[in-house]
Design a protein around this ligand. Structure first.
Ligand code: HEM
Length: 375
């Protein structure tokens, strides 16, 4: 991935892909322009979202004025207070898994930890009772963008089927929360909705489906990528054990160096100029956040992983009106989980002869990362 990005930034920073009939954008300034200028570069009717019944009308797939209205309402649920109220659940759910795994001395960080943990976190956030947590594993697998061996149509069908199941289930939770509200996100959202009468039942339900898609796999990748970086650069982990106050900067560098989410898709509403190239109206553009994060114009020695650099300008959470709504939550989750892993999985390292399994191609994701540690 990154060698291709380096090559493209230098040689074809804005390029038309004839085979797929889409444009690619690689430099920081150009990616920034595409994700920030929402008048010229629309989020509505882009592939992925528009084929999924449950994502096509959600906040990520909308332009103003609908986007503004939804964002204002959902902001009311993502308050500091609601996020802080998650602190204890994050710690508890992490410890629960660690207690089971530590005696084993070895684990796959993806399937044993990052996947179940982030499913449980989303379940907690959606106020799904403990006995139903396994349902979330199912839904997440069903909406997973990397489901293997399926045709594009099968994937879309499976997404929509899982979406329907989740949709019915959340409808039931919401119904219950209306009768007995509590402190969590769903209750806050449901209150925002009844106060404003601005969010329809259907919009609220679809927003919950989106949270599951947007908030699980991304955080799973962040935790996995962090452990990957720490096994590759163990001195950075040892530094953080000595100086835990540097963890927030380290998380920004992990987000920059290996973003959980590599590409943002937009559609041109009018003829546009990006990086000096003319792009006609109604074209799909892949804006490569991952490439922007390695642009030497913005990050000196970009292929070097350095937890002490100022990485905060990375574009891993996007930018502009669609800037990740869950960024403060994701940062807080990582800030709680990673110190617990570094401390309790003593001297964790890769297992010789068992290399990580990383998806090939541009949508980089670590599917498996076996590690060993002192039990
Ligand atoms: C939007 C990345 C975690 C909810 C976005 C966007 C990116 C992103 C790049 C912008 C998409 C675009 O411009 O089209 C990430 C990363 C995460 C993360 C890297 C973890 C490290 C979360 C979490 C939640 C969440 C935990 C919620 C539980 C959302 C929502 C949007 C969004 C609702 C849409 C915002 C809008 O359109 O206004 N995220 N995300 N994300 N994210 Fe995240």
């Amino acid at each position: 991935g990154f060698e291709w990005f380096t090559y493209m930034r230098a040689n074809s920073p804005v390029v038309y892909d004839q085979q797929l009939n889409i444009w690619h954008v690689f430099r920081y300034d150009d990616v920034y322009q595409v994700i920030t200028d929402h008048h010229t570069f629309s989020s509505a009717d882009v592939p992925n979202f528009s084929q999924n019944n449950f994502l096509k009308d959600t906040i990520v797939a909308q332009d103003p004025p609908d986007h503004r209205r939804l964002r204002q309402l959902t902001n009311q649920a993502f308050t500091r207070r609601a996020i802080i109220s998650m602190t204890e659940s994050i710690r508890q759910l992490t410890q629960e898994l660690l207690d089971q795994l530590i005696p084993l001395g070895t684990m796959d960080i993806v399937s044993d930890l990052a996947f179940p943990l982030t499913c449980n976190l989303i379940a907690a956030m959606l106020e799904i009772p403990i006995q139903d947590r396994r349902l979330v594993y199912r839904w997440v697998k069903g909406v997973d963008s990397n489901t293997p061996l399926l045709s594009r149509e099968d994937v879309i069908k499976s997404h929509n089927r899982m979406g329907q199941e989740l949709y019915d289930y959340i409808a039931h939770i919401l119904e219950k929360r209306r009768r007995e509200p509590c402190e969590g996100f769903i209750s806050a959202l449901s209150t925002a909705m009844s106060n404003n009468a601005g969010l329809s039942d259907d919009e609220l339900l679809k927003f919950c489906v989106l949270l599951l898609v947007a908030g699980q796999e991304t955080v799973q990748n962040l935790i996995t990528n962090a452990i990957y970086c720490f096994t590759k650069y163990p001195q950075s982990r040892d530094h953080l054990l000595q100086q835990p106050e540097h963890m927030p900067e380290a998380i920004e560098e992990i987000l920059r160096y290996l973003p959980p989410f590599w590409v943002t898709v937009r559609r041109t509403t009018v003829d546009a100029v990006v990086g000096g190239k003319s792009i006609p109206a109604n074209m799909i553009i892949n804006a490569w956040n991952a490439s922007a994060n390695h642009d030497g114009q913005y990050f000196a020695d970009p292929e070097h992983f350095d937890i002490r650099r100022d990485a905060k300008r990375h574009l891993s959470f996007g930018h502009g009106i669609h800037f990740c709504l869950g960024a403060p939550l994701a940062r807080m989750e990582a800030n709680i989980i990673l110190p617990m892993l570094c401390k309790q999985l003593k001297n964790f390292r890769r297992i010789p002869d068992r290399s990580p399994d990383i998806t090939a191609g541009p949508l980089h994701q670590i599917l498996s990362l076996p590690i060993m540690f002192e039990a």
